[in-house]
Design a protein around this ligand. Structure first.
Ligand code: GLY
Length: 311
């Protein structure tokens, strides 16, 4: 029995999830973890605290997954706070897998979800500064440090909550929730709501999720790649390491880029690899809560101003 969530803010999210895990309800557990993050005003990459797009409006993406035949997602939600819960409803009540934009919000209305204000005061202030200062993102100040310890915030440019859980009955589930890249072009969607990119679960094998720059993760179908490697015999650590190395080899990287893959096998073994330092996974199991450094970092040195890596 174990839940793993991306970043240190996942510690509190895991605590919210734990009773569901003990009750043998992995899907409720990962949903509860994401709901916690979506409600926290100091988490600036998810839900209510999330930084807006370049028009000043927040849009949220999320998905849930139990298996290839049991998953759902929403993208570009603007009037509902809990994309994971709406995604779960897509999974449970429709023949579809992904709803987007206004139609996803309309679906949430029809399903009885309450509308909510998505722009927290702190995120609004950060947006106003960003607009006045000509689009320069100062991550040391623009909200990035509000939800993370300084050594994570120093490296971090953008993130997402991804959660994987193995419950007391041996069921695996996963969920992802994000507000996407800060000040993105309106309409941009990253990896998080897309099955196979930000999240993948294959019950007989294991599960994987991702956080970081969605474009890097999406382009290699990251979460699917990790689970498929495991299905073909790789250990969780080999699978996540190969995925970050694939990211490093596939793109011209910029200093703000980060990509992290987190895997949980069906026997409860977890592993996590990051493109850059400054990442921790929050773990909760019978040994208690803890935040753990990545097993493997592809580019351990600081990027230079030009984007090349010091070696
Ligand atoms: N990883 C979340 C996103 O890029 O939107």
């Amino acid at each position: 029995m174990r839940i793993v969530s991306t970043w240190s803010f996942g510690l509190a999210a895991n605590e919210a999830a734990w009773p569901h895990l003990v009750a043998g309800k992995a899907l409720d557990a990962v949903e509860a973890a994401c709901i916690y993050a979506e409600m926290a005003p100091d988490i600036d990459s998810v839900g209510f605290g999330g930084l807006p797009d370049s028009s000043g409006r927040v849009s949220l993406d999320g998905c849930v997954m139990l298996s290839p035949s049991c998953c759902g997602g929403v993208a570009g939600v603007r009037t509902h706070l809990h994309p994971v819960s709406v995604a779960r409803r897509v999974m449970e009540r429709t023949p579809h897998l992904l709803l987007v934009g206004q139609d996803a919000d309309d679906f949430a209305d029809r399903e009885g979800f309450a509308r909510a204000e998505l722009l927290a005061p702190g995120a609004r202030e950060a947006f106003e500064r960003w607009r006045v200062e000509g689009g320069v993102i100062d991550q040391s100040r623009d909200g990035a440090s509000r939800s993370l310890p300084a050594d994570e915030a120093r490296w971090r440019h953008h993130d997402t909550i991804g959660c994987l859980a193995l419950d007391a009955r041996g069921t695996l589930a996963g969920a992802c929730s994000t507000s996407g890249t800060p000040y993105k072009i309106p309409g941009r969607v990253g990896d998080s709501p897309i099955i196979g990119q930000g999240l993948y679960v294959e019950p007989a094998v294991g599960a994987a999720t991702a956080t970081g720059t969605g474009e890097l993760i999406a382009g290699i179908c990251g979460a699917f790649l990790v689970v498929e490697s495991m299905r073909r015999g790789a250990t969780p650590l080999e699978a996540v390491r190969d995925a970050v190395l694939r990211v490093a080899a596939s793109y011209r990287l910029e200093p703000q880029h980060q990509a992290v893959f987190l895997a949980l096998s069906k026997d409860g073994t977890f592993a996590h690899a990051a493109l850059r330092p400054g990442y921790r996974t929050s773990v909760m199991d019978l040994a208690g809560p803890r935040a753990v450094e990545a097993d493997f970092i592809a580019l351990p040195e600081a990027p230079t101003e030009s984007g090349a890596h010091a070696r």
